[in-house]
Design a protein around this ligand. Structure first.
Ligand SMILES: [Zn+2]
Length: 207
C-alpha cells in the first residue's frame, strides 16, 4: 500500500486579542469553499472560562466539538478520520503534550492540521505544547495585538487585578494585550495554575 502524501501542520499563535480564532475561522471557511471536510475541536474548559474569561473575543463563531483531553479528542476523531481532510484545534495551549504525537500521526496520514493557541502565559513564559508545535509545524503564523496602554504592537497577554478579584469580577476587563514595555508579568499563584490541565467533570457537550 502506498503511504498517503503527508499533510501539513499549521500553527496560529500570538497573545490574546491578536485574532487567532478569526484567522482559524478564515482558514476553515476557505477550506469549506474548497470542499475540504473539516472537523473542529477545542478543550472543554467551561469552568475555567467562567473564572478566567478566555473565551473567544471574536464575534465570529464556529461549531467545535468540546474535548476534555487529547485522548478524548483522539476518541472523537478516529471514527470519522476517513471522512476528514482538515482537523482544527483551537485553544490548544490547554491540551497536554500528547497533542504532539497525535499531530505527527495525523500529518503522516495526509491530514491538514491547524492549531491555534496562546504562545505565552500571563507570566510571559512559553505556554504548554504550543512552542513545541511551532517547532514541528510546516507553517507558523504569529500574530500580534495592539498594546492597550500605548498602542504599539503587542506580543503579551496581560492579566489584570488580583486573583481574589478574578473570582468576583468574572468575564470582562481582566485581560489586555500589552507590548514588551508595558507588560507586567502576572506572578501570583494563579500563574502556575495556567499550565495545569483543568479537571473537567463529565458532560462533554457539542456546541
Ligand atoms: Zn505598550
Amino acid at each position: 500500500m502506498i503511504p498517503p502524501t503527508p499533510g501539513r501542520i499549521e500553527v496560529i499563535t500570538g497573545p490574546m486579542f491578536s485574532g487567532k480564532s478569526e484567522e482559524l475561522i478564515r482558514r476553515l471557511k476557505r477550506a469549506r469553499i474548497g470542499r475540504q471536510r473539516v472537523a473542529c475541536y477545542k478543550p472543554d474548559l467551561d469552568l475555567r472560562y467562567q473564572r478566567d474569561s478566555i473565551a473567544s473575543h471574536s464575534a465570529l463563531t464556529y461549531d467545535a466539538t468540546l474535548v476534555a483531553s487529547v485522548a478524548h479528542l483522539r476518541e472523537e476523531l478516529l471514527p470519522i478520520l476517513c471522512n476528514v481532510d482538515l482537523i482544527a484545534i483551537d485553544e490548544a495551549q490547554w491540551l497536554d503534550s500528547s497533542i504532539l504525537p497525535l499531530t505527527s500521526q495525523l500529518v503522516l496520514l495526509g491530514k491538514r492540521v491547524v492549531v491555534a493557541g496562546l504562545d505565552t502565559t500571563f507570566a510571559g513564559e512559553p505556554f504548554g505544547s504550543i512552542p513545541s508545535l511551532m517547532a514541528v509545524a510546516d507553517e507558523v503564523t504569529k500574530l500580534s495585538a495592539i498594546c492597550m496602554v500605548c498602542g504599539a504592537p503587542a506580543i503579551h497577554s496581560q492579566r489584570l487585578g488580583s486573583s481574589q478579584e478574578l473570582v468576583v469580577v468574572g468575564a470582562g476587563g481582566l485581560y489586555e494585550a500589552r507590548c514588551r514595555r508595558c507588560f507586567l508579568p502576572y506572578a501570583d499563584d494563579e500563574t502556575s495554575e495556567q499550565l495545569e490541565l483543568p479537571v473537567v467533570s463529565g458532560g462533554f457537550g457539542v456546541h
